[in-house]
Design a protein around this ligand. Structure first.
Ligand code: GRF
Length: 199
């Protein structure tokens, strides 16, 4: 069983889709064969915000959660021991707003990925998150935006790109309407990309 941890600071809609994707589907009474459960389990939800929506999802889905402390994350052990003890072998960032400390990146080489709601290398970096990304894309008059799934290194939104998908930016788009289109792309692709990386 491969155990993954999802790090998130916000609502957690991607976390929900990933949990759903890797949950074994119960067999329907008229189905002859049971769908095989994936050998991947979302074993931990990690958040830096105790009021984050993702923690409610964790509770509802019976996934253990961990609220992390800034001091320990950046100047302590970066929670490496706790993650290893929980058997975590892969880390998925889904709207996690803190930069990862080197210690954590080194402990999970090529085992940490992130999703960014734009086509990197454009529209990435420290201040480009959430609706700021979509505002920047619209202000620049881009005709196309999309999602990028990439490995995580010490620089914001910088590691090797694994996957991108695009969508149009429409003339009357607001940051909100563009965000909705992009969320849809994220939900469609992130779980599948994770499955491919782990299989
Ligand atoms: C997503 O748009 C993702 O690209 C970005 O943060 C957002 C998280 O959304 N990194 P949600 O909390 O999964 O709904």
């Amino acid at each position: 069983m491969k155990k993954i941890a999802i790090f998130a600071s916000g609502a957690g809609s991607n976390a929900q889709k990933i949990i759903d994707h890797f949950s074994p589907t119960p067999a329907l009474p008229d189905r002859k064969e049971k769908k095989k459960p994936f050998a991947v389990q979302v074993a931990l939800i990690v958040s830096n915000k105790k009021e984050a929506g993702v923690l409610k999802i964790a509770e509802k889905e019976n996934v253990p959660s961990l609220i992390i402390d800034k001091e320990k994350f950046f100047r302590g052990n970066a929670y490496v021991d706790e993650l290893k003890e929980a058997g975590i072998g892969f880390i998925v960032l889904a709207g996690f707003l803190w930069k990862l400390p080197q210690q954590l990146i080194k402990a999970f080489p090529d085992k940490i990925i992130n999703i960014h709601p734009a086509l990197l290398p454009k529209y990435g970096g420290k201040d480009l998150y959430g609706s700021h990304v979509h505002e920047a894309v619209i202000a620049a008059g881009e005709k196309e935006s999309g999602i990028t799934i990439h490995y995580v290194d010490e620089v914001y939104d910088h590691g090797k790109i694994i996957f991108q998908a695009t969508c149009p930016v429409q003339e009357n788009d607001s940051p909100h309407s563009l965000a909705e289109r992009i969320h849809h792309l994220e939900h469609l692709h992130y779980p599948v990309v994770i499955e491919k990386l782990l299989s």
